[in-house]
Each structure stands twice: as C-alpha cells, then as structure tokens.
Design a protein around this ligand. Structure first.
Ligand code: PGA
Length: 253
C-alpha cells in the first residue's frame, strides 16, 4: 500500500552533459518500473537540463538541498525551494548527513527546510541517522528520535503526507558497509513508532521510510523484503545508469 521510492543522490558529481547523458540512458532502463517512484538528484546546475529532458518520463528530479528561507532575498549562495520547483524538481533531499557533518546543519534548519519544501509543493526526503560512535555507545535510537522530533517540529498530519524519511546510518554511507536488512528494519520500525506517537497510527502507516547507505544491486532485494523499508536513497551506485536501473528493478525476475 506504500508505493516504494528509489532515489539516486548524485552528490557533487557530473557536469551538465554527463548528467543529461546518464538521465537519458536511465530512461528506457526504468520505463517499465511501475512498482515504484524513480527519482534522481543532480547538482543544482544540471537540474533544469535534466528535468527538461525527462519530461513525460516516469523519472522525477530532486534537489539535494534547499534554503531554509521561503522569501527570496539577500541569501548569497542559497537556492529557494520554489526555485528548485521552477527548475523542474519535484522532490528535495534535506538534512543529509554530509550537510549535518560538514556544513553544520542543525535539526532546526532541517525543520525550516522541510517547511519551505512543503510550501513550494516539493516532497522533502528528510534524512536521519546515527554515527558509528553513537551506535557503539547505544545511542542510535535516541539520536534518530532527536532528529525526527527536531526536523518534523510543528508539522501537521497533512504535512506528513508530503514527507518521505530516509534512514541513513552515517557509518554505512559510502563505506561499502551496509546495515543488515534486520538492523535497518529495526530502526525503520522504531521511526514508524515515533511518527505514530506524534502524528497517529494511520499517518505513520502511510509514511514512506527509505534506507540509505551502500545500497547496491546485490543488497536491494533483501532490504526491500523488510516490512518497514519502503525504498532506498542511493549514492555511489546511482551514478551509473545500468547499476541504478538494476536497483530500481529490484523486483525483476
Ligand atoms: P552511498 O550514499 O549509497 O554512496 O552509501 C548514500 C547517501 O549518502 O545517500
């Protein structure tokens, strides 16, 4: 009943020409993927070109971040959520661990970005996840709960309908070390429980929770077999069309 989402986060990779070429190569490979939403997140400068070339296809485009401010103005270097929408995006990743770690993004900034995305009619993909030190210290659930409490503060049940959460343990991102399907499932079920407490059981059952962290063609099926894993946010393995298509088509026989 929850439609899966397979999203590719290209991070700071690819010039415009390569972004467009990868998107065009992906198009026929996922054209029959009716079982899920397919999303790619190119760098800001390539969003418009990629979105234009994907018009009429089943691939949607995401920004990798957006400004916390909704009103246009003196915010050098920022891109407003409605500007992403204007460029052809329909999703936006917010609170990615790289932004939290290297650009000092806080839960309250994430919260403002989520609100900005919703106001611009974008679907925010809100990333949460603990570091290895936090997991080893037994703090994984507490950290994730804090990120959800802070990131989704003051949102309504109808806001929640527009949101996707991505659980990405920091120790699994770009390390080749994936959480086991059981580890991921355990955290996803926990996230759904927290969301149920805040927004009610029904809303929590509709929420899509993606897993991210070294997702590959070899491990996607095992992850997707878990009851609370509703898709994937894929970094490294999304850069090449054939590999990403194998992940999208995880259900192909
Ligand atoms: P990875 O990245 O798949 O390369 O581990 C995931 C992410 O950062 O979203």
């Amino acid at each position: 009943m929850r439609r899966p989402v397979i999203a590719g986060n290209w991070k700071m990779h690819k010039f415009i020409a390569d972004s467009v070429a990868t998107a065009l190569a992906l198009k026929p490979l996922v054209a029959n993927a009716n079982h899920c939403e397919v999303v790619i997140a190119p760098v800001f400068t390539a969003i418009k070109s990629v979105a234009d070339r994907l018009e009429g296809s089943n691939i949607r485009v995401a920004g990798q971040d957006c400004a916390p401010e909704q009103k246009h103005g003196a915010h050098t270097g920022e891109v407003a959520a409605d500007m992403l929408r204007d460029a052809g995006a329909s999703y936006v990743i917010v609170g990615h661990s790289e932004r939290r770690q290297f650009y000092a993004e806080t839960d309250s900034m994430v919260n403002r970005k989520v609100q900005a995305a919703i106001a611009a009619e974008l679907t925010p993909i809100v990333c949460v996840g603990e570091t290895l030190a936090q997991r080893d210290a037994g703090l994984a659930e507490r950290v994730v709960k804090g990120q959800i409490d802070g990131g989704l503060r003051e949102l309504t049940v109808s806001d929640l309908e527009r949101i996707i959460i991505a659980y990405e343990p920091v120790w699994a991102i770009g390390t080749g070390r994936t959480a086991t399907p059981e580890q991921a499932q355990q955290m996803h079920a926990f996230v759904r429980r927290i969301v149920a407490e805040k927004f009610g059981e029904e809303a929590s059952q509709r929420l899509r929770i993606l897993y991210g962290g070294s997702v590959k063609p070899e491990n996607i099926a095992g992850l997707m077999a878990q009851p609370d894993i509703d898709g994937a946010l894929v970094g490294g393995a999304s850069l090449e069309a054939e590999t990403f298509a194998k992940i999208v088509n995880y259900n192909a026989t």
